[in-house]
Design a binder for this molecule. Structure first.
Ligand code: PEP
Ligand code: MN
Length: 361
């Protein structure tokens, strides 16, 4: 966790607490629903920014597509009533214009906007010279370049207070999660933009409320700066994303059950032990790389034999045998099947590249 004040100042000068918790309904539906939900969120004392979707980018037509501009005054009333700043998703220049006209404090780009450079540029152009903080959700697909591109487009027009939101990545056949978390991608964004605060949106990753707590704790453990979680006065009756929303009171309980750890400490004993363990990791990583390099040398030798005997590089039977063996051994060593598959895929591809070079040099 980065310290509270700089984070707060980066994302929104109005906020002084950590973690940054943004909550509110998926969609603004009625004035009553917005005011009741927001007041109950404020009453928890654990939420420092309100959210509501005004324009909803729905995958298919015929679903509730948002209340539109007439919902903005409801949010402004919620802001006046609670004293909390409000955030709204924008996807077009008109959305930006309307939000600014009503005094919305923070804007965010949704996943379906970040994925489209034309839309990101349209929003960026509407923000030229405007001092409003903007949060950028990851694109729908697992592409850190598109996410990075959105950061660059907004930075170029002079948006000063930027933040990221990790909401998971869609793919055909997602089962456990609505959107796969693929934590390595937000981690890569943290590496690229160490000064940008990053929030996790477990609601859109999970798709169902039972999974929220585990995901939120995982985000806290990965040193995220805060959370965006959807809450509704009556979740099951929500006009969008009903299964993943929680009541404000359930949100408070969830937040109370999270442990936010510090990124570092100045306690000497801990730092020494950590340094020693990290040295061991570095040493083991070096050994792994040396072994992989040796493995490639053997693969090249095989490549030469194959060339001399006019045999193809890829032999599906042998590849299957490698995977089966790896999974069997991995299970005994406490390594997940998923990891073994991804690891062997990468090693196999590198082997093929080496053999290809040898056979065609
Ligand atoms: C939302 O926050 O309600 C939303 C539409 O999210 P996403 O862009 O992550 O799908
Ligand atoms: Mn939603």
């Amino acid at each position: 966790m980065t310290s509270a004040a700089p984070l707060a100042a980066t994302i929104n000068p109005l906020i002084a607490d950590k973690p940054l918790v943004v909550s509110g309904p998926c969609s603004a539906e009625t004035e009553l629903q917005v005011l009741d939900t927001c007041q109950r969120l404020a009453d928890t004392g654990r939420v420092n920014m309100l959210r509501a979707g005004i324009w909803k980018p729905r995958t298919k037509p015929g679903l509730f597509e948002g209340i539109g501009t007439r919902g903005l005054p409801w949010l402004i009333r919620a802001k006046e009533q609670t004293g909390l700043p409000v955030a709204v998703e924008v996807a077009t220049a008109k959305h930006v214009e309307d939000c600014l006209a009503f005094g919305v404090d923070v804007l965010w780009l949704g996943a379906r906007t970040t994925v489209n450079p034309f839309s990101v540029q349209e929003v960026a152009d509407a923000l030229r010279g405007v001092k409003v903080p903007v949060l950028i959700k990851n694109p729908l697909n697992p592409d850190v370049e598109l996410w990075t591109g959105a950061v660059e487009r907004l930075t170029k027009v002079g948006v000063e207070h930027l933040g990221l939101i990790h909401r998971g990545f869609s793919s055909y056949g997602n089962t456990e999660f609505r959107n796969a978390p693929m934590w390595h991608l937000p981690i890569e964004m943290k590496r690229r933009f160490p000064t940008l605060p990053i929030l996790c949106d477990p609601s859109h990753i999970a798709g169902r409320r039972e999974l929220l707590h585990g995901l939120a704790q995982q985000a806290a453990d990965l040193d995220f700066d805060g959370l965006m979680i959807e809450a509704h006065q009556n979740p099951d009756a929500a006009w969008s994303d009903a299964a993943q929303q929680v009541t404000p009171e359930a949100l408070a309980e969830l937040l109370a059950g999270l442990t936010w750890r510090r990124e570092t400490t100045d306690q000497q004993e801990f730092l020494t032990a950590l340094a020693q363990l990290r040295e061991r990791i570095n040493h083991l990583d070096d050994e792994i790389l040396q072994l992989i390099s040796k493995r490639m040398a053997v693969a090249e030798q095989i490549g030469r034999y194959k060339k001399d005997n006019n045999i193809t590089i890829l032999q599906p039977g042998r590849w299957q045998e490698i995977v089966d063996r790896g999974v069997r051994k991995g299970a005994k060593l406490g390594l997940s099947q998923n990891f073994i598959h991804r690891f062997l895929d990468a090693v196999h591809l590198e082997s093929i590249t080496h053999q290809d070079r040898v056979m065609n040099e």
